[in-house]
Design a binder for this molecule. Structure first.
Ligand code: PLP
Length: 380
């Protein structure tokens, strides 16, 4: 009997080691990791630069709390904010926590309560983030939710217009809904959100916990749209496997998070910040990002060719890719795992591909061969 709560439906593989795109189980069986620990290990496993950053910082200083000033946090913030509308940062430990900070900041700044969110969205498992999430299965049994989230259909401009009134503090969205099925915002809907926010003084919050830090081929996914967000949240890929989250905000919001308003003990501790700085410096190189774009095009084209006879649709952007199938994809994911390819779902019918951003063309070829085989094996 397990000593752990069974809140995760765990697969029966015990991974013990990783290098680049490959991970190995306790029988030394190799797998191509096209999950990246759910969009986290963006530079692959045991990347030498990250290992080095951990070693160096772990011998100097691990933790101080936020009682003291931190030029290291300032520097990471500056790197993250370059070329964005943001000029303030708050560091925390996870995506849900970054979203909690965003919800609190939006309420405090506007003095209003309502936040509009979207069906199929995912914002995390804490009470505020769960209430914001547009998926019933996430909330089931935990009610009542916080009441002031208005959750409406995604990419539906009329529903959005109908949901706006003077009580609305913010609109909170994922530019690509990662967990909810790799659903991308339409250009029309992005324009509508931007227009409504501008006209009504409503804040725009982009949750880039999954899409940020190079995952879609640009630093942040909102850059592919006309959105000019006031707040952005990050986590997952930011630490390359080390837990860290961040909320970035526009200068006009600075006063609403004055001394004593919000905080967290571990947030932005020296070890986490040293690792994140290494990851971000690496990923934000222009050449690195254009490589991600190139590999994305290569992967998507090859997928279309290889799966041309299947009834599928390819979704997503950069290296956040979905394959929408007509049936449940769980059996395919199990077969792929036996074949040595790790994949993750996004909703019942979508296979999600999230390779490390450092994946090679050869590894892409290998993964597609394994995937094609797995999709050919008839499921019972
Ligand atoms: C994973 C995810 C979260 C939650 O992040 P945690 O670190 O698990 O709390 C929030 N928003 C999005 C878009 C995510 O993909």
């Amino acid at each position: 009997m397990s000593t752990l709560f069974t809140n995760y439906a765990r697969r029966s593989v015990h991974l013990v080691r990783g290098e680049g795109t490959r991970v190995y189980d306790d029988n030394n069986k190799a797998y191509l990791d096209f999950t990246s620990g759910i969009a986290v290990v963006s530079l692959g496993h045991a990347h030498p630069s990250i290992v080095d950053a951990v070693k160096k910082q772990s011998e100097k200083l691990w933790h101080t709390s936020n009682l003291f000033e931190s030029p290291e946090q300032e520097m990471l913030a500056k790197t993250l904010m370059k070329g964005t509308p943001f000029s303030r940062a708050f560091f925390c430990n996870s995506g849900a926590e970054a979203n909690e900070a965003a919800i609190k900041l939006a309420r405090k700044h506007t003095g209003k309560q309502v936040i509009i969110t979207f069906e199929q969205s995912f914002h995390g498992r804490t009470f505020g983030a769960m209430s914001a999430t547009g998926q019933e299965k996430v909330k089931f049994g935990f009610g009542p939710m916080l009441e002031t989230f208005r959750t409406i259909p995604f990419n539906d401009s009329r529903a959005l217009e109908a949901a706006v009134d003077e009580d609305v503090a913010a609109i909170m969205l994922e530019v690509i809904q990662g967990e909810g099925g790799v659903n991308t915002i339409t250009p029309e809907f992005a324009s509508k959100i931007q227009e409504i926010c501008m006209a009504n003084g409503i804040l725009c919050i982009v949750d880039e916990v999954q899409t940020g830090i190079g995952r879609t081929g640009s630093k942040y996914a909102y850059e592919h749209t006309v959105l000019q967000p006031d707040i952005m949240t990050l986590a997952k890929g930011l630490g390359g496997g080390f837990p860290i989250g961040a909320m970035l905000g526009h200068e006009k919001l600075a006063e609403s998070f004055g001394p004593g308003t919000h905080g967290t003990t571990f947030g932005g501790n020296p070890l986490a910040v040293a690792v994140a700085q290494t990851v971000v410096d690496y990923v934000f190189e222009e050449e690195f990002l254009s490589e991600v774009e190139r590999k994305s095009t290569y992967l998507m084209e090859k997928l279309k060719d290889s799966l041309a006879n299947n009834h599928i649709e390819i979704l997503g952007k950069g290296l956040l890719i979905g394959i929408r199938c007509t049936d449940e994809v769980t059996p395919i994911i199990s077969i792929a795992e036996e074949e040595g390819l790790l994949l993750v779902q996004a909703g019942p019918n979508v296979i999600r591909l999230l390779p490390p951003l450092t994946v090679s063309e050869q590894e892409i070829d290998e993964a597609i061969a394994l995937l094609t085989t797995s999709m050919r094996v008839p499921s019972q």
